[in-house]
Design a protein around this ligand. Structure first.
Ligand code: ATP
Ligand code: MG
Length: 439
């Protein structure tokens, strides 16, 4: 390759025959095969593309199967009863088989088209509308990375490679197709995708792909909060949270997603928030590897904990009651985060509960421990407390106490509650005489 920054887009593609590649129909989802065959039988081209081909070539299990075709979305809908057309920026067909969704996209071009009606670029170079149908070749060059632009042709089981993706797969290189800066400006989310794929595949970025990222990181500021939320889920709920966290920070991208967290990390004391986050990322990856459930609420609670603590401390210093301060700080930090990244209520409510429960868990013993234990969010709050203990923010013994308390039978718990009953409360009896006590 003479000029690694640009790729020859006029040449013939490399065609890898069935005997030269390991992609086998046995490893392709039967539903994806059904779609491919039906397209073929109706006289259309049908290719498996993207992560499906890439992962099969690497001997990995694909997450999902995407299909590219010369059939228009309306044609695809006619062929499949179980099909729905989606997408505003470009229209896609989703063919539904129970919980499995096969995404079928019509070949698109991303060349500068003479009539700029169909494709529109804003002043940063970002593509805001992009609905030009094209050929297979054009479709290959509008994709992001060379390793994502490989097509498995259902007609003859060959793999079609226009952009040099097979070589890059072999050498473990993640390389943007075309001029990197132009491609990042067209769609800044590609910077997050670059990090995600490099981490997941264990690839290194090509230097030309890597170089502009830190400088262009700020372009993510223009991405709609809902899209950033989707990307954040892929980055942190895909089994490589720790690697992605570290890489995102390295490229100055993390602060684009979590500005308040980044700020608290830059003035961290005794490595505390960094340790907390790293441990949480590690645990998340472990849980995913063990097929245990993870929730974005917990991740958000972790990322925003330090900003919330700092805000709560300020409010307390102004005389607010600690529990109220925590509530208010939580609301404020969540509102600020939501201006960058969407944060659906179904996650923001439980994360606030996790935070507020921390205050209750910090005071072990007495009746209130039983009430905390019965709280629907106890388990998440307890896991959170353990993380804090691990990071040195609260004593290990506190986490230990809650661990043992949970493991006890009701009788033992009753004894423990009596034994640890707070002294001052005993003096306050009979209860009726006290007024305005909390809990
Ligand atoms: P995975 O599904 O394993 O996360 P993938 O490569 O399949 O990885 P998808 O987000 O499912 O990623 O996208 C499917 C394909 O669509 C990609 O492989 C790529 O070819 C193309 N693509 C997706 N997003 C972009 C983008 N922002 N710019 C250019 N091409 C893209
Ligand atoms: Mg995919």
């Amino acid at each position: 390759m003479s000029n690694p920054g640009s790729i020859d887009i006029s040449g013939e593609p490399a065609v890898i025959t069935r005997s030269q590649h390991p992609v086998s129909r046995a490893n392709i989802s039967p539903n994806a095969l059904k779609v491919l065959y039906r397209l073929r039988d109706a006289g259309y081209q049908g290719h498996l593309v993207g992560g499906g081909v890439r992962d099969l070539l690497l001997g990995r299990e694909p997450k999902d199967f995407d299909i590219a075709t010369d059939a228009r979305p309306e044609d695809v809908r006619r062929l499949f009863r179980n099909c729905r057309l989606i997408g505003r920026r470009f229209r896609l067909a989703h063919v539904l088989f129970g919980r499995e969704v096969i995404e079928v996209a019509t070949f698109r071009a991303l060349q500068e088209s003479p009539d700029s009606e169909a494709r529109h670029v804003d002043e940063d170079g970002r593509v805001v509308r992009d609905n030009v149908y094209g050929t297979l070749e054009e479709d290959a060059f509008r994709r992001d990375f060379t390793v994502n632009a490989l097509y498995y042709n259902i007609n003859d089981f060959t793999v079609i490679d226009y952009a040099g993706g097979v070589d890059d797969l072999k050498s473990g290189v993640l390389r943007l197709i075309g001029d990197p800066e132009t491609r990042f400006r067209e769609d800044p989310v590609r910077m997050l995708r670059a990090v995600r794929f490099a981490t997941k595949l264990g690839f290194r970025m090509h230097p030309d792909t890597e170089r502009p990222i830190t400088r262009l990181a700020g372009l993510l500021g223009d991405i709609p909060p809902a899209r950033l939320f989707d990307e954040m889920l892929k980055l942190f709920m895909g089994g490589c949270a720790l690697g992605n966290f570290e890489a995102l920070r390295h490229y100055n991208l993390f602060g684009q997603l979590f500005p308040q967290t980044e700020q608290s990390l830059t003035h961290e004391e005794q490595h505390f928030p960094l340790t907390l986050i790293s441990h949480a990322m590690e645990n998340t990856d472990k849980r995913i590897a063990e097929n245990k459930p993870v929730t974005p609420a917990f991740l958000f609670a972790v990322f925003l904990w330090q900003p919330v603590r700092e805000r709560a401390a300020l409010l307390e210093a102004e005389g607010m009651h600690p529990a109220h301060a925590m509530q208010h700080a939580g609301s404020q930090i969540i509102a600020e985060q939501a201006s960058t990244m969407a944060l659906p209520k179904r996650f923001s409510l439980p994360m606030r509960e996790i935070w507020v429960l921390q205050l209750r868990l910090e005071r072990k013993g007495g009746r209130r421990s039983l009430r905390a234990l019965a709280h629907p969010r106890f388990r998440a709050a307890y896991d959170f407390l353990l993380l804090r203990a691990q990071a040195g923010e609260v004593p290990e013994a506190l986490g230990q106490w809650w661990t043992e308390f949970q493991e006890q039978n009701p009788q033992q718990r009753e004894q423990e509650v009596t034994r640890t009953r707070p002294k001052q409360r005993r003096r306050r009896r009979p209860r009726r005489r006290t007024s305005g006590g909390e809990s």
